[in-house]
Design a binder for this molecule. Structure first.
Ligand SMILES: [Zn+2]
Length: 83
């Protein structure tokens, strides 16, 4: 019951304003990014709600840019995470 209420509250929370700030580009390699755990995924993302992650059916993982790059991931073209 409580979980349902929480889910409703989350759904009604307006999305955060687009974070296209220059600060994101200045992020260090230790900046956390998000990637789909699926073996057919190749990109890493700046935000977990990126549309590039919408189709991800496996676990969503958090990693540093350095770790993601080491795994052969490249920055998502939609949310443009730090490199
Ligand atoms: Zn993305």
């Amino acid at each position: 019951m409580l979980a349902t209420v929480l889910a409703l509250i989350l759904l009604q929370t307006p999305p955060r304003p687009a974070a296209a700030s220059p600060a994101r580009k200045a992020a260090a390699a230790g900046h956390l990014v998000y990637l789909c755990g699926g073996s057919r995924s190749f990109a890493y993302h700046a935000a977990p709600d990126c549309e590039g992650l919408a189709w991800c059916t496996t676990e969503l993982r958090k990693a540093t840019v350095a770790a993601a790059t080491k795994q052969g991931r490249y920055p998502c073209g939609r949310c443009r995470p730090a490199r």
